[in-house]
Design a protein around this ligand. Structure first.
Ligand code: ZN
Length: 146
């Protein structure tokens, strides 16, 4: 049911933890599944210098956050914003359809953190156009194309 990569990132997640003096923090949650994902960023010259996450949730949510942080490490903010949940799932060699919402959460955690960064520094990013910060009552299952 789960690919080797999902199992690998679930049992041995990368970039777990917290950045004390983070430049940006994003938190998103999925009330239905109970997943909560928090991401911390160190940003320099619009580049992701460091990123760490804490995820409480199912194995797919943990694997997705781990893979997402690996994919955006060292990338520019614009590149990080362009990371889609599909790209995260593909990098994991796929997720079961019922678990795709967990990769959506990873994409949203990144957007939420960069939104925080944009707010703090009075910046605007193309990838945040039309973005609204989560209020906590979204149903992420609606975002999944099945
Ligand atoms: Zn989940």
């Amino acid at each position: 049911m789960y690919s080797e990569k999902v199992m690998d990132h679930f049992t041995n997640p990368r970039n777990v933890g917290e950045i004390k003096d983070a430049d940006a923090v994003g938190q998103v949650g999925n009330p239905k599944c109970g997943d909560i994902m928090k991401m911390y960023f160190k940003i320099e010259n619009d580049t992701v210098k460091d990123v760490k996450f804490k995820t409480f949730g199912c194995g797919s949510a943990i694997a997705s956050s781990s893979m997402a942080t690996e994919l955006i490490m060292g990338k520019t903010i614009d590149e990080a914003l362009a990371l889609s949940n599909k790209a995260v799932a593909e990098a994991l060699d796929g997720l079961p359809a019922a678990k795709m919402h967990c990769s959506v959460l990873a994409e949203e955690a990144i957007k939420s953190a960069i939104y925080d960064y944009a707010q703090r520094n009075n910046k605007e990013y193309e990838g945040l156009k039309g973005y609204k910060p989560p209020t906590g009552d979204e149903d992420h299952h609606d975002l999944v194309e099945e």
